[in-house]
Design a protein around this ligand. Structure first.
Ligand SMILES: [Zn+2]
Length: 583
């Protein structure tokens, strides 16, 4: 792909990293820079920094993600380099230079799938409203959906035909391989014919945050199985990281999201006037989805079915949301099994009241502790207190914890001091266990975790550190590039990855004008860009002078001569590493 550094420079200037990232995460000002909860791993306290300087970029000290604004878009939108460049150009109204950023093969494949999905959605919709078989339309009408809602969600119907859609797609120039790639058709094992996957089902198109149709959910109208059939994994669809109706919910002006169990619930709630409602795509909620929700909401109201499966799923959701710092509330629907039924029975206003009066997750968990126990008996009380103590010790806010401790002690008729003392002991134990596991994480992650990006650095720790310092020196003194290339050519580097970085930087500095880390983008993968940003971020506080640079180069030359290095780490080494990591 031809690169156009001048255009990329303008693209970055037109898309300041803080304004682009601000659309996905909540940025908090810290001096000149910003910090935020990392969008790439679950956390409650911010460890991702956005550095605003001559070379704006982000780096997460927790998971090592990092890079410039293009890397950020590649990672968060799951795009390749040229797709990310296009998206940013679109966002800022810049025209792409001709003949550059041609689509990669994967990008082309994705575009074809989006097109096929759009054709399929139109086909299903026309089928629903104009087709001879009215059973789909009847189903939606019985569920009291208005024509406007049907249109808004692009609902459709896949008739009982074997290959109507496949034939339509073929007639528009798509090959059988492409049709199966999009998960719209499947190849019969018997005769190799391609037939439609979705048949005799009402269809729910699944739309991503940018308005692309990425897949479908199809529901049968009779009792055949599976009741719901969802698009399988394709290059554009991953059921674990998308949410149904998030394309509408992201624009809602409240910081609260309603999480329902099924597509019909979402549509019914949306039709009743709530845009801020989503559902998972036929699976329990994943950490990825909880993280996505945390970008848009501070509070989630879980409105799952009141049956056993729904309650189990609720507990799971509470845990995932706690991990990303989103407050969870649980709705209790008296007299209805799901939100769809509730709204039909009692109306939208009652549902709004229900939302506002929904219970805290803690109440829900404490209620669960009571299940199967008789609190009138001593035995029941003891077992209940055992279970409840775990919930109480898990409450983060001390004030909230006090309130619940006092309520629980009253419930079991025991002294509040005794219960409080018990919870305090548990908290101390939990904290020390947490500290231990943190220390373990640090030691394993720094020293023993396999390093996929620069595997050689595991054995050649000292040398890798020296190389990183040299890379940082070069970053800060691009004007010395020519001299440095002579004094310490890339060949003296001992780890492959660092050599690649150093050599690419020298190339760019000697033959380009102004160097920025971002210029390495495209040549290095998003994960590798994260590592490069990490090298920069970790060495930010240390100033490396020319003398130190020469010392580092000597370390490498010495290694080249002896070609041995002590790979074992002493306790002192670890402590030193830990110290430098904390800085
Ligand atoms: Zn992270």
């Amino acid at each position: 792909m031809p690169r156009n550094d001048e255009f990329l420079y303008r693209l970055r200037a037109a898309n300041p990293i803080e304004s682009v990232m601000g659309g996905y995460v909540n940025l908090i000002r810290r001096g000149r820079n910003y910090v935020c909860n990392c969008p790439f791993h679950s956390e409650k306290t911010p460890s991702c920094t956005v550095f605003i300087d001559s070379d704006p970029h982000f780096y997460c000290f927790g998971c090592g993600a990092g890079g410039d604004v293009i890397t950020f878009i590649m990672k968060i939108e799951n795009l390749d380099f040229s797709e990310a460049v296009k998206l940013l150009a679109q966002r800022s109204g810049l025209e792409l230079p001709q003949d550059s950023y041609g689509d990669s093969r994967l990008a082309q494949r994705k575009t074809r799938i989006y097109e096929m999905n759009r054709i399929a959605a139109n086909f299903f919709y026309t089928n629903l409203v104009k087709g001879a078989d009215k059973s789909g339309l009847q189903y939606f009408m019985e569920r009291k959906l208005t024509p406007q809602t049907i249109k808004k969600y692009g609902l459709g119907y896949a008739s009982d035909s074997w290959d109507e859609l496949t034939k339509l797609l073929r007639s528009k120039g798509y090959s059988d391989d492409e049709i199966t790639d999009a998960w719209l058709g499947s190849r019969s094992k018997k005769n190799d014919h391609v037939y439609d996957i979705f048949r005799k089902r009402v269809m729910f198109p699944i739309v991503d945050l940018r308005g692309n149709i990425i897949g479908f959910g199809g529901r049968v109208l009779d009792s055949s199985v599976p009741k719901y059939l969802n698009t399988g994994a394709t290059p554009v669809f991953d059921k674990g990281s998308n949410l149904f109706s998030m394309n509408f919910a992201k624009n809602a002006d409240v910081k609260r999201l309603i999480l329902c169990e099924g597509y019909m619930d979402v549509i019914a709630v949306n039709q009743a006037g709530f845009d801020n409602v989503v559902a998972t795509l036929g699976t329990a909620i994943t950490p990825d989805q909880a993280r996505l929700i945390s970008h848009y909401a501070e509070e989630v109201v879980v409105a799952y079915d009141s049956d056993g499966a729904g309650q189990k799923a609720t507990q799971k959701a509470i845990n995932h949301f706690a991990d990303v710092g989103v407050r969870t509330k649980i709705i209790h629907m008296e007299g209805a099994k799901d939100p769809d039924e509730y709204i039909k029975k009692f109306g939208a206003n009652r549902f709004r009241i229900l939302l506002d009066s929904s219970n805290d997750a803690t109440d829900f968990m404490l209620d669960k502790c009571e299940e199967g126990l008789d609190l009138k008996t001593e035995l029941g009380k003891v077992e209940f207190l055992k279970r409840a103590s775990r919930v109480l010790a898990g409450i983060e806010s001390p004030l909230e914890r006090e309130v619940y401790i006092s309520r629980t002690s009253k419930k079991c008729d025991i002294s509040v001091q005794v219960l409080k003392a018990h919870i305090d002991t548990m908290l101390r134990k939990n904290r020390s266990a947490e500290r231990k596991s943190q220390w373990k994480n640090i030691t394993t992650s720094v020293a023993y975790r396999r390093d996929a990006i620069n595997p050689a650095s595991e054995k050649l720790r000292k040398e890798a550190r020296a190389e990183e310092s040299m890379i940082c020196y070069l970053l800060r003194h691009p004007e010395d590039a020519r001299q440095i290339a002579e004094e310490a050519p890339p060949e003296i580097f001992v780890t492959d990855f660092n050599r690649r970085v150093y050599s690419a930087m020298l190339d760019k500095m000697m033959f380009g004008e102004k160097f920025s880390l971002a210029q390495l983008n495209g040549e290095f993968s998003p994960d590798e860009m994260g590592r490069i940003s990490g090298i920069e971020a970790r060495n930010r506080e240390f100033s490396i002078n020319r003398e130190a640079f020469t010392d580092c180069a000597d370390v490498l030359r010495k290694n080249k001569k002896t070609s041995t290095s002590d790979g074992d780490l002493s306790g002192d080494d670890l402590r030193e590493l830990f110290k430098s990591k904390k800085k």
